[in-house]
Write a new protein. Structure first.
Length: 583
């Protein structure tokens, strides 16, 4: 409960209204630009579902903010519904204050995380960049809204370490249905200076959607390099560095940044708005697309990459938090060998890991729910992704804990409140029927996801070899990478040689089965045939009475028959010439 000092900003009448609505304020989280932020719980679900309460005091706002930006933010909060954007539960207006009850992000913002952990590895940066980009793309295309204040501080991390875009105070919604986002022009210069595009720095009319792309580029760069690429303290120097494209930005990358992400940043930080891509093009870039597996591996990287261990700060070799206790518990432990059992009947399946705090918090609720499995007529299972990485890939698990409902091979992802009563109601009231099932090509039993599952297994095998080389044999990281590089080249060479041999075996160039003597006789006979054809022509002239030509032809034929006496057809030629001579 709030202490007396913390209650000073909220009167008892307002607190009573909150209690009637099911909200109980707990403690103060911090202070925003126009008021306090509190943590609260929603009690009407039977359990304390945490949420955040943002208080906006209109007396602290300028008339422009109160009359222009506040209504926009409230409209945006009610309009936006996306997995990677903060969800709003309720909005109350009491006197001169507005109270916004929204999703609680327990792991703070991305700015604090980067400040604590410094430079992020590309796989982790890619996960959070892609999640945020999907939210921004949703705003741009589905809602036709620009955010205009994208920054690390406005990207929150929930208990599953998913990125959540928040703070829509400067959001701008296109009201003209016929206007395309590429044609939008704004002259409202707002946001945060380090994330300003060149157009905002020089206060020129700009496209707010392209400005969001620029800001997303700054977010990505800051995650990868733990700094901003431009010196924003001096506006003239800032603009000069921004417009020296791409020469300046190329000098700001770190040596270990991949060429692919450098190319993406050069595109996003293009000072020319017309050449800067839209968010759809950003999501289609090869660095994002090729990182599909990296995003699927998110939970696996948390236990295999040292940088990601900072997220949880726990030993990844701890015992499984959810086990089948001697067969007495109705909770079924599922592994890669018997996972297909869930294709029959009705199941609720939890994906978890021993190093995940949210999973540990959910453990008692899930075990309690499994005790109701017989009464509900279902089976309740649990899968540990650390020991079953293939299943993590097969089900596209990108956050923990993840819960799936399965009925006769049809998969749906559970999105509701995570407590025993909610799980039971989900089954009893058949709430799962209102959830869109996983498409067939993404279904865990599809051919495509089977392939992804094998990729997960192979990657974990490689990682195991890498860990063995580093930890057991004392080989430095760079030495392990050299070993893998050499092995890759050797394997590629052997594979190429095998392919060439197989092709040569199947489609080899073969000489026709003809003996040398047959080949030797074929050519003269061909020449002979040509000579005979010529002789027939000359014979026609012979019949016309040309004695000189007949004598010449006879001489030619006699020479041919003398030299080719042993060849087929010679006797016939002599007989025919003899008849002509007799005539």
């Amino acid at each position: 409960m709030l202490n007396t000092n913390e209650l000073l900003d909220i009167d008892e009448k307002t607190l009573a209204v909150f209690r009637r609505k099911g909200y109980q304020l707990k403690d103060r989280l911090g202070e925003g630009a126009f008021g306090m932020v509190y943590r609260a719980s929603y009690t009407k679900t039977g359990t304390d579902q945490l949420c955040a309460v943002k208080v906006m005091d209109m007396t602290k706002m300028s008339p422009k903010v109160r009359d222009k930006f506040l209504p926009r933010e409230l409209a945006a909060l009610m309009e936006v519904k996306h997995r990677y954007a903060i969800r709003v539960f309720d909005i109350f207006r009491m006197s001169h204050k507005v109270y916004v009850f929204m999703e609680y992000a327990s792991n703070g913002d991305l700015a604090a995380y980067v400040k604590k952990n410094k430079i992020l590895k590309e796989p982790l940066a890619c996960v959070w960049f892609t999640q945020t980009s999907e939210a921004v793309h949703y705003l741009h295309t589905d809602v036709k809204m620009s955010h205009r204040d994208i920054k690390l501080d406005n990207i929150l991390l929930n208990d599953s370490y998913e990125a959540k875009l928040t703070d829509f105070g400067f959001a701008n919604l296109i009201t003209d249905e016929n206007m395309e986002i590429a044609d939008m022009v704004s002259e409202t210069y707002c946001g945060t200076l380090p994330y300003y595009s060149p157009q905002l720095v020089t206060k020129k009319p700009y496209n707010p959607f392209k400005a969001d792309v620029w800001a997303m580029g700054l977010v990505l760069y800051a995650m990868l390099c733990n700094r901003f690429p431009f010196h924003f303290q001096d506006l003239k120097k800032l603009y000069k560095e921004q417009t020296d494209h791409p020469n300046f930005i190329r000098t700001r990358f770190l040596s270990f940044n991949s060429a692919s992400v450098r190319n993406l940043l050069e595109m996003m930080l293009n000072p020319n708005e017309k050449c800067r891509p839209m968010m759809a093009e950003v999501l289609a870039h090869r660095w994002v697309v090729n990182s599909f597996i990296a995003i699927c591996f998110f939970t696996l990287f948390l236990v295999t990459i040292d940088q990601f261990k900072l997220v949880y700060g726990t030993d990844t070799k701890k015992a499984n938090i959810i086990t089948n206790t001697g067969g007495k518990s109705p909770l079924i432990t599922i592994n890669e060998d018997d996972w297909e059992q869930i294709l029959t009947g009705e199941w609720m399946v939890l994906f978890h890991a021993p190093w995940c705090p949210a999973c540990r918090a959910l453990q008692p609720e899930w075990k309690s729910f499994s005790g109701w499995s017989s009464e509900l007529g279902i089976k309740v299972g649990a899968i540990d992704v650390t020991t079953n990485p293939g299943l993590s890939g097969r089900f596209l698990v990108t956050a923990l804990p993840t819960i799936y409902h399965v009925k006769e091979g049809i998969f749906r992802q559970y999105k509701g409140t995570r407590d025993t009563n909610s799980f039971a109601s989900f089954i009893e009231e058949k709430t799962w029927q209102s959830i869109e099932p996983v498409t067939s090509w993404k279904a865990p039993n599809s051919l495509q996801m089977s392939f992804v599952s094998y990729l997960f297994k192979i990657s974990m095998a490689f990682r195991s070899v890498h860990n063995s080389l580093v930890e057991d044999y004392g080989i430095p990281y760079w030495g392990s990478y050299i070993v893998f590089a050499f092995a890759t080249v050797l394997f590629g060479a052997l594979l190429g040689l095998m392919i060439v041999c197989v092709i040569d075996l199947i489609w080899s160039t073969r000489i026709p089965d003809t003996t040398y003597s047959e080949m030797h006789q074929t050519a003269p006979q061909t020449k002979l045939k040509d000579k005979v054809d010529d002789d027939d022509i000359l014979t026609e002239s012979d019949e016309k009475g040309s004695g000189v030509e007949d004598s010449a032809n006879s001489k030619d034929i006699e020479e041919i028959t003398t030299t080719d006496d042993e060849r087929a057809g010679t006797n016939k030629l002599r007989k025919r010439r003899a008849r002509k001579d007799g005539q």
